[in-house]
Ligand binder design. Structure first.
Ligand SMILES: [Fe+2]
Length: 498
């Protein structure tokens, strides 16, 4: 009785005696095997080229090629096939020799049919053990592959590794990771050929049919003519075709698909299991990739939205700062000039790109707190009275309060809040001294005072650059940080024709 009800084994009988061929063919067919027979070794090799066989039942003594020579050749080619030698009593030593070169068993002639069955079933069982060993080897390799995958970070490397390993382990002529339409996937090499010169461009798969089969039945494992049905065209006849879905939560993202054109490589259940495990790994890599991509995309959108909000806010605040100046013909353009002088001072002091950018903006905003002072008071000719001075002196504090609620402008507050502090501690609003005054405040203070002196005011005419610079130098160390006055002289001072 055939030991595996789910599988009809293919048996090739090789014997130069027609009666033996006929009797074995009839009997083994009646036992559920698929049987074919040929009369010599040469024909046997040709048949094996064409068709997959699970067992070769060969006579020992045949003209032109002996059973031993045939089995030797079969082993050299590498067919995974059970080989049994049939021999008469007189040649038992030769039968032992056949076993030595790799035959699985032998049958002594004349044989009883039961013996043939027993030998075949025993051989299939031991072949099963050999295949199990192959599976074990695959498991070990799988462990190594998993290790490599675990040490890789990016999805492209992982997927390439999966394709490479699958290709190597199952000895496919072609393997690919085919992603279904609409699935986001990374840019990677998705196919491998064992011999691209022979096979590349030589076949066209019927991918929709394969996809349907894989989606409906969970996988596709087809041999020979059945496999051929999944090709639109092919120069070479396929021997084996396997396709495994790559699934995430019941959603098929794509499939891992392998082809063997070689008669030696016949995909079986072990290969399916092996590829299924790798397909699961590919699926989790692709899912991670999708999640990361989505996260990055969401992050990009958020960053862009944030950038737009910041820019709008920046322009609005800048608009307020300019609006204050628009009311005062004497101070129009003042903030832009203070910003420019501050930038030049920061540059000559080598204060770094970020600080330079910040102080350029802080310079433009330094008097934003004046927004609450009436234009009449701001532009008043003549001296301010005590309450007016108090009100005027509140503008750094007001500026600080305007910027405080805006997270991405808070770092500009030192420039706005402290630009009226004096180096000797006699300034306002806090009366800070020397290094206690933030650097941004100390720089804007110099830039602001210079521009105020060199601009017309309602209560006086502009001073010349030379007089203004002399005034800065005179107050260096008392009103101003000497280092900053020095920096000012090294930039703006050098540009001005004194
Ligand atoms: Fe000011």
């Amino acid at each position: 009785m055939n030991s595996d009800q789910n599988r009809r084994y293919n048996i090739l009988v090789v014997d130069d005696e027609m009666v033996i061929r006929d009797v074995l063919e009839d009997f083994l067919s009646s036992e559920g095997y698929n049987v074919a027979s040929v009369s010599n070794g040469k024909e046997a090799l040709e048949e094996l080229e064409e068709e997959h066989y699970d067992a070769l039942l060969s006579d020992l003594m045949m003209p032109s090629m002996t059973g031993i020579e045939l089995i030797k050749r079969v082993k050299e080619i590498g067919y995974q096939i059970v080989t049994v030698i049939m021999t008469g009593y007189g040649t038992i030593e030769t039968a032992v020799q056949a076993m030595k070169i790799g035959a699985d068993d032998y049958i002594l002639k004349p044989f009883k049919m039961d013996e043939v069955l027993q030998v075949l079933e025993r051989s299939f069982r031991s072949q099963g053990l050999i295949l199990e060993n192959i599976n074990l080897k695959e498991t070990v390799n799988l462990y190594e592959i998993s290790e490599t995958i675990a040490s890789s970070q990016d999805v492209v490397t992982i997927l390439n590794q999966i394709i490479e390993s699958s290709h190597k382990e199952i000895s496919s002529d072609f393997i690919c990771l085919h992603m279904f339409d609409g699935v986001m996937h990374p840019q990677m090499e998705k196919e491998r050929y064992k011999n691209s010169e022979n096979h590349k461009g030589q076949f066209q798969l019927d991918l929709p049919s394969i996809q349907r089969k894989v989606k409906n039945e969970g996988f596709l494992l087809a041999q020979k003519e059945v496999a051929q049905d999944y090709f639109e065209s092919s120069v070479y006849a396929p021997n084996s075709l396997i396709a495994i879905p790559i699934k995430v939560s019941n959603l098929s993202l794509g499939m891992l698909l392998a082809i063997s054109f070689s008669k030696k490589v016949f995909f079986r259940e072990g290969h399916r299991k092996f590829l299924s495990i790798l397909a699961t790994k590919a699926a989790s890599s692709l899912e991670n990739y999708r999640l990361i991509e989505e996260l990055q995309e969401a992050n990009r959108e958020l960053l862009e939205a944030n950038r737009i909000i910041r820019e709008n806010f920046r322009q609005t605040i800048l608009g307020f700062a300019r609006a204050i100046e628009q009311n005062d013909p004497y101070t129009r353009g003042h903030s832009d000039r203070v910003s420019e002088y501050s930038r030049l001072i920061a540059e000559v002091m080598g204060l770094g790109t970020q600080f330079i950018e910040d102080i350029t903006f802080a310079g433009q905003l330094h008097d934003i707190g004046k927004i609450g002072i009436s234009p009449q008071k701001l532009n008043k000719a003549g001296k301010l009275n005590a309450p007016e001075i108090r009100m005027f002196r509140r503008h750094p504090e007001m500026g600080k309060r305007i910027l405080e609620p805006i997270p991405f402008m808070r770092h500009l507050i030192p420039g706005v809040y402290c630009h009226h502090e004096k180096y000797d501690g006699s300034g306002y609003p806090q009366g800070l001294k020397e290094e206690d005054i933030p650097l941004m405040g100390r720089i804007i203070s110099v830039a602001d005072t210079y521009d105020a002196m060199t601009s017309d005011r309602s209560y006086r005419k502009a001073l010349s650059s030379k007089v203004a610079i002399d005034e800065l130098v005179r107050n260096s160390g008392t009103q101003f940080d000497p280092e900053i006055v020095e920096a000012f002289l090294n930039t703006i001072g050098k540009r001005i024709d004194i």
